[in-house]
Design a binder for this molecule. Structure first.
Ligand code: ZN
Length: 242
């Protein structure tokens, strides 16, 4: 089975459509949260996500803040501006869709969470120490996370109890070896100085993870953000991927 793994779409429909076209054929979709926030298309993104086959989706911190589960005061000024705009733009049925998302899913062999298995909505896995601690918080061989917007893998080897960091090359198949925490990067707001939308294809037949990037029409998204009055900083960053 080929599973499209995506995260941190952040209301960017153009990037999501580019990923769906590029991935082309897949049997299921795992979405690791942050459907909304920052971008100009929160309704369109949720409505597209709902149509995807065999979807499993968890809630992200921006989704949770949009529906009032997290106080938006916990975010920086510009993120708050974008969240307030998203709250005002979101249709009731899409608000309810976010309300019904779980914060963590334990599937066969894989755990899904937005930030980390330990603190699913908020914790960032940005270093091997934090990643090491988190291997104690899921029983499956593998865990998929988003939140950092960085396409990286943490893994445990036989020789060491500490997690190692692996930065996969684009289009390279990484063999899955227990145990791993895998991040597909961000669809709608990459932060690794590469503005192209990021995603991964998990192949459960070959037991491999392949990470991909795809260009999209950034200027069109920036234009919609300007029309919506979203913060200039979030508009600018899409050009350079930070
Ligand atoms: Zn995010």
């Amino acid at each position: 089975m080929k599973i499209l793994v995506i995260s941190d779409i952040h209301g960017n429909l153009t990037a999501l459509n580019a990923v769906l076209n590029d991935a082309n054929s897949f049997d299921a979709v795992w979405c690791l949260g942050d459907l909304v926030g920052y971008g100009p298309d929160p309704n369109e993104v949720i409505e597209k996500i709902k149509t995807l086959p065999n979807l499993h989706c968890v809630i992200g911190n921006h989704d949770a803040a949009t529906i009032g589960l997290i106080n938006i005061e916990a975010f920086n000024y510009e993120a708050r501006e974008a969240l307030t705009w998203t709250q005002s733009a979101l249709k009731p049925e899409n608000y309810h869709y976010l309300e019904n998302l779980p914060d963590r899913l334990d599937l066969e062999n894989f755990t899904l969470a937005h930030g980390s298995p330990r603190f699913p909505v908020w914790e960032y896995l940005l270093d091997t120490k934090t990643a090491t601690d988190n291997f104690a918080y899921f029983d499956n061989p593998y865990c998929c996370v988003g939140h950092s917007h960085l396409p990286i893998i943490y893994y445990l080897s036989d020789e060491s109890v500490s997690a190692h960091l692996l930065i996969p090359d684009e289009h390279t198949q990484t063999a899955l070896n227990p145990r791993m925490i895998l991040n597909p990067g961000s669809v709608g707001q990459p932060r690794d100085r590469n503005p192209h939308a990021s995603y991964a294809i998990l192949d459960t037949d070959t037991n491999t993870w392949a990470y991909h990037r795809v260009a999209y029409d950034v200027a069109a998204v920036q234009q919609r953000m300007r029309e919506a009055g979203l913060p200039e900083r979030h508009i600018t960053r899409l050009s350079n991927g930070w």
